[in-house]
Design a protein around this ligand. Structure first.
Ligand SMILES: C[S@@+](CC[C@H](N)C(=O)[O-])C[C@H]1O[C@@H](n2cnc3c(N)ncnc32)[C@H](O)[C@@H]1O
Length: 283
């Protein structure tokens, strides 16, 4: 599993989204996101924007070393978090994605919205040398793809100024998965290109080593709507039957993503994976 494979994976999801506009499992493209929908407990709405209710206060609490906020979205997808954060917190935002298709698309909409001076989108790995220093780093469902989370976290932390905040939102398995779910968890990790997938405690321990202090930990799993196991069984049969056809059309990675998504839903429903926000402050 390589960074190049992750890049092709997201490029393929993009091409499929263009082909099938109703494809919504992984995408909130109308909100420029490719992350999970969550229930908003105030309105009952099930939306990709709910996550901002949790991260906005963390961003607002970050110390600004230079007046205007400098933000980095590590694994920015279609830039939804950058667009949102610019509107709510101001400053200047840099997004990094490993997918050429996402990079092209996001740059296109940043230009069309006349925001190209405030939102800079780069085609790069979050493990590459970073283009600046930051008050805030946000990573929603992106660091789980890291093959070396200790390195990735330490590397990102070096670009944060003191008092800056790092906010990670991701799927985090239990440190010790129940034996019945271990094989399913390994399949999910392979299908979604998440070779390590640290638990929340493991992320926290890695962050401590990178001089990041935990300031908030929130389990958001209850805000999801995983389907019943019987429905997941039926969906799995259906997607498995489509697998060879999709692979022949050049969409094998998309098929991996779909089936991995069902495994994830099952593991979330069983409590073997949790969807967690962790916020850290740089010493
Ligand atoms: C599930 S999407 C989430 C996108 C975005 N954070 C959002 O919330 O809409 C995962 C993102 O991680 C990015 N990604 C994965 N590995 C990466 C790497 N090594 N460097 C930069 N981005 C990476 C992908 O390009 C993709 O944009």
């Amino acid at each position: 599993m390589t960074v190049h494979d992750v890049s092709l994976y997201y490029d393929e999801l993009h091409r499929w989204t263009e082909k099938d506009r109703s494809f919504q499992t992984f995408s909130g493209l109308e909100n420029d996101t490719i992350h999970r929908f969550l229930i908003d407990s105030d309105t009952g709405e099930f939306s990709p924007d709910t996550i901002y209710k949790f991260i906005d206060s963390q961003i607002a609490a970050a110390r600004r070393s230079n007046g205007a906020l400098r933000g980095l979205d590590a694994g920015c997808g279609y830039g939804g978090t950058c667009f949102h954060c610019l509107k709510v917190h101001g400053g200047r935002w840099t997004g990094i994605t490993i997918s050429k298709q996402q990079w092209r698309y996001t740059n296109g909409i940043a230009k069309a919205r006349k925001l190209a001076k405030r939102i800079d989108v780069r085609l790069a790995s979050y493990d590459d040398p970073l283009p600046g220093r930051y008050d805030v780093i946000v990573a929603i469902e992106s660091l789980i793809h890291s093959a070396d989370p200790a390195h990735t976290l330490a590397h990102l932390a070096t670009a944060l100024d003191p008092g800056g905040r790092m906010i990670i939102v991701d799927d985090m398995p239990l440190a010790a998965a129940p034996s019945d779910d271990r094989a399913l968890l390994e399949d999910f990790k392979w299908l979604w290109r998440c070779p390590v997938a640290p638990s929340a405690d493991e992320w926290t321990a890695l962050a401590t080593r990178a001089e990041l202090r935990l300031v908030a930990r929130e389990d958001l799993s209850h805000l999801m709507k995983p389907r019943a196991e019987a429905e997941l069984d039926a969906a799995l049969d259906d997607l498995t039957a489509q697998r060879s056809g999709k692979t022949e059309q050049g969409f094998g990675r998309l098929s991996d993503a779909e089936i991995g998504g069902l495994h994830l839903e099952r593991l979330l429903r069983r409590g073997t994976i949790h969807y967690v926000m962790l916020a850290f402050e740089k010493a």
